[in-house]
Design a protein around this ligand. Sequence first.
Ligand SMILES: [Zn+2]
Length: 370
Amino acid sequence: MKPLQDSRESIFWAGRSGTQRKKRRRSGLSVLNRILTWSAFPQLQLNGKSMLDVFFTVDVEIWCDGWHSIDQKFPACFQKYIYGPTAKGSFGLPYQLDVLNQHGLSGVFFIEPLFSTRFGEQPLAEIVSLVREAGQEIQLHLHTEWVDESRQPLLPNMHEKRQYLRYFSRDEQATLISEGIGLLERAGAGNIIAFRAGSFGFNRDTLGALDACGIAIDSSYNASMFGPDSGVMSGVTVVEPVECDSVLEYPMTVFNDGTGKLRHTQLTSCSFREMEGLLWQALESGRSSFVILSHGFELLNEAKERPDDVVVRRFQQLCSFLDKNRDVFCTRGFQDLKPHIPKHQPMPLVSPIWKTGARMVEQAYRRKYR
Ligand SMILES: [Zn+2]
């Protein structure tokens, strides 16, 4: 086992600076070679039990509820989307960080920085410091809707709004990703090694652009959205980590809920009972990762004036569950990741139709009190 130990130590992706990233690239150790080293070994074993890597991912972003008068609206929107104050208390990002930390759980916070090219670096630095001080991991999220709102042009001849990263060429994507890394690093975020495209609107060019920017991990593939026509493993529904164009893709966990459609695992779109059942199923079927989606404002109702009690309860139940079952579910980030790449893509997880029905009742209740 000694050679394995050595190779594990040498492959950690988490270069601490741009220079180290470049050195890593020059080393000639391809991502694929590193993965093949790993795939020859079974999942992490602890006390004889397999463990499942659980990525509780939170996309942190700000919107000004339209594109008119955004400079006037921004201060109030920043409060609403980041802190989430309500008459019952605050339910934004600091609340999520607190609950995770109370349970000793790790999450990944994909922070969207392009808004700061319009409103300045301070609000971004404030978000970064909330997550850093909570000891949670920061990675990059990009919403290209901000590109044409920047005070300084980020790309030449950008005069219209383009909603998804996939609408940009590979070189343009690399320019935007590089800008995002710089903004986050200047805001104090440290080393960025993972990425998620806004609204999962990526394509295969994104992976090439990430590689060019020294980012080794992507988590933009969502089989219930743009994944199938992204050009990544065409014809295959990707539900487990895979290497493509020298980047490791960690897809969103999706499931078949018995209605013939795939859903991704997100607090607002599946019940705790569904999530719990899917986590056990993933563990028992030997899956290597489980990627859950949330947002910094996800625990609030649509108007963001009060907590969404159903979703707050789901979040608390999920955290208690992951805390109680930490011997088999390992919540973690992408830093120091030891990837487990399966040789074949399994079928998506399945949740029984009765749980779908129970969730529909919960969702109807949420809509009634929206
Ligand atoms: Zn987003």
